[in-house]
Design a protein around this ligand. Structure first.
Ligand SMILES: [Zn+2]
Length: 276
Protein backbone atom coordinates (compact mmCIF):
# COMPACT_ATOMS: atom_id res chain seq x y z
CA UNK A 1 0.00 0.00 0.00
CA UNK A 2 2.80 2.40 1.02
CA UNK A 3 4.58 1.49 -2.20
CA UNK A 4 1.56 2.57 -4.29
CA UNK A 5 1.24 5.85 -2.37
CA UNK A 6 4.96 6.58 -3.00
CA UNK A 7 4.58 5.96 -6.76
CA UNK A 8 1.49 8.19 -6.89
CA UNK A 9 3.33 10.92 -5.00
CA UNK A 10 6.31 10.65 -7.36
CA UNK A 11 4.00 10.89 -10.38
CA UNK A 12 2.36 13.97 -8.84
CA UNK A 13 5.75 15.57 -8.22
CA UNK A 14 6.88 14.96 -11.80
CA UNK A 15 3.68 16.51 -13.14
CA UNK A 16 4.11 19.58 -10.93
CA UNK A 17 7.75 19.93 -12.01
CA UNK A 18 6.78 19.71 -15.69
CA UNK A 19 4.03 22.29 -15.26
CA UNK A 20 6.46 24.64 -13.48
CA UNK A 21 9.01 24.29 -16.29
CA UNK A 22 6.32 24.98 -18.89
CA UNK A 23 5.02 27.99 -16.93
CA UNK A 24 8.56 29.36 -16.64
CA UNK A 25 9.08 28.96 -20.39
CA UNK A 26 5.83 30.78 -21.09
CA UNK A 27 6.71 33.67 -18.74
CA UNK A 28 10.21 34.10 -20.22
CA UNK A 29 8.92 33.93 -23.76
CA UNK A 30 6.04 36.30 -23.00
CA UNK A 31 8.53 38.86 -21.68
CA UNK A 32 10.53 38.66 -24.91
CA UNK A 33 7.57 38.41 -27.29
CA UNK A 34 7.12 42.20 -27.52
CA UNK A 35 9.90 42.14 -30.16
CA UNK A 36 7.76 39.99 -32.49
CA UNK A 37 6.28 43.06 -34.14
CA UNK A 38 9.77 44.22 -35.23
CA UNK A 39 10.79 41.12 -37.16
CA UNK A 40 9.88 40.57 -40.80
CA UNK A 41 6.63 38.62 -40.87
CA UNK A 42 7.26 36.93 -44.19
CA UNK A 43 10.51 35.74 -45.76
CA UNK A 44 8.86 34.98 -49.06
CA UNK A 45 5.82 37.16 -49.53
CA UNK A 46 2.40 36.43 -50.86
CA UNK A 47 0.60 39.21 -52.70
CA UNK A 48 -2.80 40.87 -52.75
CA UNK A 49 -3.43 39.20 -56.09
CA UNK A 50 -2.92 35.71 -54.64
CA UNK A 51 -5.82 33.33 -54.37
CA UNK A 52 -5.06 30.91 -51.57
CA UNK A 53 -6.76 27.55 -51.22
CA UNK A 54 -6.31 25.99 -47.77
CA UNK A 55 -7.12 22.28 -47.88
CA UNK A 56 -7.94 20.70 -44.53
CA UNK A 57 -9.32 17.36 -43.35
CA UNK A 58 -11.76 18.27 -40.55
CA UNK A 59 -13.72 21.30 -39.33
CA UNK A 60 -11.43 23.04 -36.76
CA UNK A 61 -8.17 22.22 -38.64
CA UNK A 62 -8.37 25.66 -40.24
CA UNK A 63 -7.95 27.53 -36.93
CA UNK A 64 -6.30 24.81 -34.84
CA UNK A 65 -3.38 24.56 -37.28
CA UNK A 66 -3.63 27.20 -40.05
CA UNK A 67 -4.97 30.18 -38.05
CA UNK A 68 -1.89 32.46 -38.26
CA UNK A 69 -1.54 31.77 -41.99
CA UNK A 70 -5.20 32.40 -42.88
CA UNK A 71 -5.38 35.53 -40.73
CA UNK A 72 -2.12 36.91 -42.18
CA UNK A 73 -3.28 36.10 -45.72
CA UNK A 74 -6.54 37.98 -45.24
CA UNK A 75 -5.38 40.89 -43.08
CA UNK A 76 -1.72 41.55 -43.92
CA UNK A 77 -1.36 40.32 -47.48
CA UNK A 78 -4.92 41.13 -48.59
CA UNK A 79 -5.20 37.85 -50.50
CA UNK A 80 -8.41 35.98 -51.24
CA UNK A 81 -8.67 32.81 -49.16
CA UNK A 82 -10.84 29.75 -49.66
CA UNK A 83 -11.07 26.73 -47.36
CA UNK A 84 -11.80 23.25 -48.66
CA UNK A 85 -12.51 20.92 -45.75
CA UNK A 86 -12.56 17.34 -47.04
CA UNK A 87 -14.85 15.85 -44.35
CA UNK A 88 -17.59 17.00 -42.00
CA UNK A 89 -15.71 15.52 -39.03
CA UNK A 90 -18.49 13.02 -38.45
CA UNK A 91 -16.46 10.55 -36.38
CA UNK A 92 -18.71 11.12 -33.35
CA UNK A 93 -21.89 11.78 -35.35
CA UNK A 94 -21.52 15.57 -35.11
CA UNK A 95 -20.88 16.21 -38.81
CA UNK A 96 -23.85 18.53 -39.37
CA UNK A 97 -23.05 20.65 -36.31
CA UNK A 98 -19.35 20.75 -37.10
CA UNK A 99 -19.82 21.90 -40.69
CA UNK A 100 -21.90 24.85 -39.41
CA UNK A 101 -19.25 25.63 -36.82
CA UNK A 102 -16.68 25.68 -39.64
CA UNK A 103 -18.55 28.55 -41.31
CA UNK A 104 -18.59 30.53 -38.05
CA UNK A 105 -14.90 29.93 -37.38
CA UNK A 106 -13.93 30.93 -40.92
CA UNK A 107 -16.03 34.08 -40.49
CA UNK A 108 -13.92 34.97 -37.42
CA UNK A 109 -10.78 34.52 -39.54
CA UNK A 110 -12.14 36.76 -42.29
CA UNK A 111 -12.94 34.07 -44.86
CA UNK A 112 -16.30 34.65 -46.51
CA UNK A 113 -18.89 31.86 -46.34
CA UNK A 114 -18.93 31.70 -50.16
CA UNK A 115 -15.33 30.56 -50.05
CA UNK A 116 -15.83 27.79 -47.49
CA UNK A 117 -16.71 24.31 -48.66
CA UNK A 118 -17.15 21.28 -46.45
CA UNK A 119 -17.34 17.97 -48.31
CA UNK A 120 -19.60 15.14 -47.19
CA UNK A 121 -18.10 12.30 -49.20
CA UNK A 122 -18.48 8.69 -48.03
CA UNK A 123 -15.07 7.92 -49.57
CA UNK A 124 -13.48 10.47 -47.23
CA UNK A 125 -14.57 9.45 -43.71
CA UNK A 126 -13.27 11.21 -40.60
CA UNK A 127 -11.21 8.34 -39.23
CA UNK A 128 -7.67 8.17 -37.88
CA UNK A 129 -7.06 4.69 -39.32
CA UNK A 130 -8.95 4.67 -42.63
CA UNK A 131 -6.92 5.83 -45.60
CA UNK A 132 -8.20 8.36 -48.12
CA UNK A 133 -7.54 7.14 -51.65
CA UNK A 134 -5.38 9.29 -53.87
CA UNK A 135 -7.81 9.11 -56.81
CA UNK A 136 -10.71 10.38 -54.69
CA UNK A 137 -8.65 13.25 -53.32
CA UNK A 138 -7.30 14.12 -56.74
CA UNK A 139 -10.82 14.31 -58.13
CA UNK A 140 -12.21 16.60 -55.40
CA UNK A 141 -9.11 18.81 -55.34
CA UNK A 142 -9.03 19.21 -59.11
CA UNK A 143 -12.70 20.13 -59.11
CA UNK A 144 -12.07 22.81 -56.47
CA UNK A 145 -8.97 24.08 -58.28
CA UNK A 146 -10.97 24.46 -61.51
CA UNK A 147 -13.69 26.41 -59.69
CA UNK A 148 -11.54 28.64 -57.45
CA UNK A 149 -8.41 28.95 -59.65
CA UNK A 150 -5.91 29.32 -56.78
CA UNK A 151 -2.39 30.66 -57.17
CA UNK A 152 -1.37 29.01 -53.88
CA UNK A 153 -2.47 25.76 -52.24
CA UNK A 154 -1.66 25.18 -48.56
CA UNK A 155 -2.13 21.95 -46.69
CA UNK A 156 -0.42 19.70 -44.10
CA UNK A 157 3.03 18.17 -44.50
CA UNK A 158 3.65 14.41 -44.48
CA UNK A 159 3.53 14.27 -40.65
CA UNK A 160 0.15 16.02 -40.55
CA UNK A 161 1.06 18.11 -37.43
CA UNK A 162 -0.87 15.72 -35.17
CA UNK A 163 -0.09 12.60 -37.20
CA UNK A 164 -3.78 12.07 -38.05
CA UNK A 165 -4.05 9.70 -41.03
CA UNK A 166 -6.46 12.01 -42.88
CA UNK A 167 -4.01 14.94 -42.57
CA UNK A 168 -1.12 12.81 -43.87
CA UNK A 169 -3.17 11.51 -46.82
CA UNK A 170 -3.93 15.10 -47.84
CA UNK A 171 -0.22 15.92 -47.79
CA UNK A 172 0.63 12.86 -49.87
CA UNK A 173 -2.10 13.64 -52.42
CA UNK A 174 -1.26 17.33 -52.89
CA UNK A 175 2.48 16.60 -53.04
CA UNK A 176 1.93 13.90 -55.68
CA UNK A 177 -0.37 16.20 -57.67
CA UNK A 178 2.27 18.93 -57.74
CA UNK A 179 5.24 16.69 -58.52
CA UNK A 180 3.33 14.79 -61.23
CA UNK A 181 2.07 17.96 -62.89
CA UNK A 182 -1.62 17.47 -62.02
CA UNK A 183 -1.98 21.09 -60.91
CA UNK A 184 -2.16 24.07 -63.26
CA UNK A 185 1.13 25.71 -64.18
CA UNK A 186 2.27 28.39 -61.73
CA UNK A 187 0.32 27.14 -58.69
CA UNK A 188 2.52 27.22 -55.58
CA UNK A 189 2.12 24.41 -53.03
CA UNK A 190 2.92 25.11 -49.38
CA UNK A 191 3.09 22.36 -46.75
CA UNK A 192 2.58 23.30 -43.09
CA UNK A 193 5.63 22.22 -41.11
CA UNK A 194 5.11 19.71 -38.29
CA UNK A 195 7.34 20.13 -35.24
CA UNK A 196 8.28 17.97 -32.25
CA UNK A 197 5.85 17.76 -29.34
CA UNK A 198 8.21 19.83 -27.18
CA UNK A 199 8.25 22.69 -29.68
CA UNK A 200 4.55 22.31 -30.40
CA UNK A 201 3.55 23.19 -26.83
CA UNK A 202 6.13 25.86 -26.00
CA UNK A 203 4.22 28.53 -27.90
CA UNK A 204 6.21 31.74 -27.35
CA UNK A 205 9.58 30.08 -26.84
CA UNK A 206 9.08 28.17 -30.09
CA UNK A 207 8.04 31.29 -31.99
CA UNK A 208 11.21 33.03 -30.80
CA UNK A 209 13.24 30.04 -32.02
CA UNK A 210 11.33 29.49 -35.26
CA UNK A 211 12.17 32.87 -36.79
CA UNK A 212 15.83 31.82 -36.92
CA UNK A 213 15.16 28.48 -38.61
CA UNK A 214 14.77 27.45 -42.23
CA UNK A 215 11.43 27.75 -43.98
CA UNK A 216 9.96 29.02 -47.24
CA UNK A 217 7.21 31.08 -45.65
CA UNK A 218 6.30 32.18 -42.12
CA UNK A 219 3.10 33.66 -40.76
CA UNK A 220 3.40 35.07 -37.26
CA UNK A 221 0.58 36.95 -35.55
CA UNK A 222 0.59 39.53 -32.77
CA UNK A 223 -1.26 39.16 -29.48
CA UNK A 224 -4.37 40.87 -30.82
CA UNK A 225 -4.67 38.44 -33.70
CA UNK A 226 -3.79 35.54 -31.42
CA UNK A 227 -7.03 36.31 -29.60
CA UNK A 228 -8.90 36.34 -32.94
CA UNK A 229 -7.65 32.80 -33.63
CA UNK A 230 -8.65 31.80 -30.11
CA UNK A 231 -12.14 33.16 -30.82
CA UNK A 232 -12.27 31.17 -34.06
CA UNK A 233 -11.32 28.03 -32.13
CA UNK A 234 -14.12 28.68 -29.66
CA UNK A 235 -16.57 28.89 -32.57
CA UNK A 236 -16.14 25.11 -32.74
CA UNK A 237 -18.27 24.80 -29.63
CA UNK A 238 -18.87 21.07 -29.96
CA UNK A 239 -15.09 20.51 -29.76
CA UNK A 240 -14.34 22.70 -26.73
CA UNK A 241 -13.42 20.00 -24.22
CA UNK A 242 -10.98 20.83 -21.43
CA UNK A 243 -7.79 19.92 -23.32
CA UNK A 244 -8.70 22.29 -26.16
CA UNK A 245 -8.23 25.13 -23.67
CA UNK A 246 -4.74 23.80 -22.95
CA UNK A 247 -4.13 23.67 -26.71
CA UNK A 248 -5.18 27.31 -27.13
CA UNK A 249 -2.91 28.33 -24.25
CA UNK A 250 0.23 26.41 -25.18
CA UNK A 251 0.24 25.46 -28.88
CA UNK A 252 2.60 27.30 -31.26
CA UNK A 253 0.05 26.80 -34.07
CA UNK A 254 -2.08 29.49 -32.43
CA UNK A 255 0.78 31.95 -32.98
CA UNK A 256 3.04 30.87 -35.83
CA UNK A 257 2.90 28.80 -39.04
CA UNK A 258 5.91 27.89 -41.17
CA UNK A 259 5.76 26.25 -44.58
CA UNK A 260 7.95 24.38 -47.01
CA UNK A 261 7.22 24.88 -50.68
CA UNK A 262 7.02 21.94 -53.11
CA UNK A 263 8.73 23.05 -56.29
CA UNK A 264 6.84 22.87 -59.53
CA UNK A 265 7.84 19.98 -61.78
CA UNK A 266 9.86 20.63 -64.87
CA UNK A 267 7.35 20.47 -67.67
CA UNK A 268 8.14 19.49 -71.24
CA UNK A 269 8.03 22.48 -73.55
CA UNK A 270 7.00 22.22 -77.20
CA UNK A 271 9.97 23.05 -79.36
CA UNK A 272 9.24 23.84 -83.00
CA UNK A 273 12.72 22.84 -84.11
CA UNK A 274 12.08 19.22 -83.13
CA UNK A 275 9.06 19.04 -85.42
CA UNK A 276 10.47 20.56 -88.56
ZN1 LIG B 1 -7.95 17.30 -38.38
Amino acid sequence: MQHIIKIKFLYFEIMIALLMVMALGVVIAWKTSSSFGKIPIVKRKLARTDRILVITAHPDDECMFFGPFILSAVQKWGATVAVLCCSTGNNEGKGVIRSKELLNACGELGVSADNVQCLDNSQLPDHSLKRWKFETLREVIQEKVSAFRPTVIATFDAHGVSGHRNHCDLADAVTAMQTNGHLPRGVRVLLLKSVSILRKYFKYADAALTIHLDFDLIALVNRENESVISRAMRAHRSQMVWFRWLYITFSRYMLVNTFDEIPEPERRTFRKAEHR
